[in-house]
Write a protein that binds this ligand. Sequence first.
Ligand SMILES: Cc1cc2nc3c(=O)[nH]c(=O)nc-3n(C[C@H](O)[C@H](O)[C@H](O)COP(=O)(O)O)c2cc1C
Length: 206
Amino acid sequence: MTDTVLETAPLAIDETAADRLFRHARSTSLWTDAEIPDARLEAAWDLAKLGPTAMNTLPLRMLIVRTPEAKQRLIEHMGGGNKAKVDAAPVSLVLAADPAFHEHLDELFPVYPGVREQLAPATAVREEMARKNALLQAGYLVVALRAAGLAAGPMDGMETDGIDREFFAESGWRSLMVVNVGEADGEGAPHPRNKRLDLEQVSRIL
Ligand SMILES: Cc1cc2nc3c(=O)[nH]c(=O)nc-3n(C[C@H](O)[C@H](O)[C@H](O)COP(=O)(O)O)c2cc1C
């Protein structure tokens, strides 16, 4: 791409999409009353699931917390101000990593026959892979929720061991963060956006 093209067309998506996905999207804590049916979460997931993971492992799992009873069980394990944020959100997703992701690899990564059996005894490797790739998928999910017209409020101020005992004793999933989801009321956040670092501050060019 020439410099001239870069100056006139730096993005491959239109400005409205860039605003929705990034420039105007906030980590949201102020919500409208709009209900969020599963179909809207599914629309977001159908984009997020396409984001790349190592060996197509897709280790992200999520618990969709909607009812007041389930919300109370979750709030017990949230830290300080995050309790009220879960309470206020139309729906809260507990994002987790599944160390047993390898059980799907015959289907998800058929180009590497036998990888499921190879990974089965390698518990520490699977735990590391699950955490790293599920965190990546959490990032994809936040952007995908925005693409589906939703707002996201990610939070990791919580007691993960307690959440795992409360919700994941049988599945063995490991909680990573909670993402509140709904439609943003106004800008969605009570304070202005904080500054970000520029490319020259975060990179070294060799
Ligand atoms: C992994 C992660 C953990 C976070 N944990 C919390 C949290 O525990 N409580 C909270 O109120 N906000 C939390 N945040 C929100 C961040 O503070 C927020 O994303 C950041 O300040 C950028 O805000 P903006 O998207 O509105 O610009 C978290 C965000 C991420 C991505």
